[in-house]
Design a protein around this ligand. Sequence first.
Ligand SMILES: [Cu+2]
Length: 139
Amino acid sequence: MKKTSILVSALLPLAAAFPVLAGEDNAAGICAEAEERYVDLFGQASAEAEGVTVVKMYKYNFCPAAITVPAGTTVRWVNVDKRTSHSVLSPQAEMPESDRAFPEESVEFTFLTPGDQEYLCGPHWETQEMIGMVTVTAE
Ligand SMILES: [Cu+2]
């Protein structure tokens, strides 16, 4: 008991001092892993998918969390997790919640309206802050 509380009180100030840094490093590491998973599953880099812009869903993150695309672009969210399922919805883009995408499955939506359009993972946006952004530019 005593050891645990000493450890916690020693670590808390560190976490409080570098929350943003720790978060960014963590997301970068998770997204690097997500891309490795994607290549293992589909045999090519996610940037090489034809006709769509790929966002990976992995460990409660969208990778990359923010993208900028021209109007008319179809975004494909691909679940590269091993067990967790995700959904995608965007009230701002008038995109209703998708079916659950299980590992190796995907969700697609075509963004037509210019502007910043936030989207969410239905089961995880509130508890895990699984939230992403698509900035749509005029064609
Ligand atoms: Cu999710």
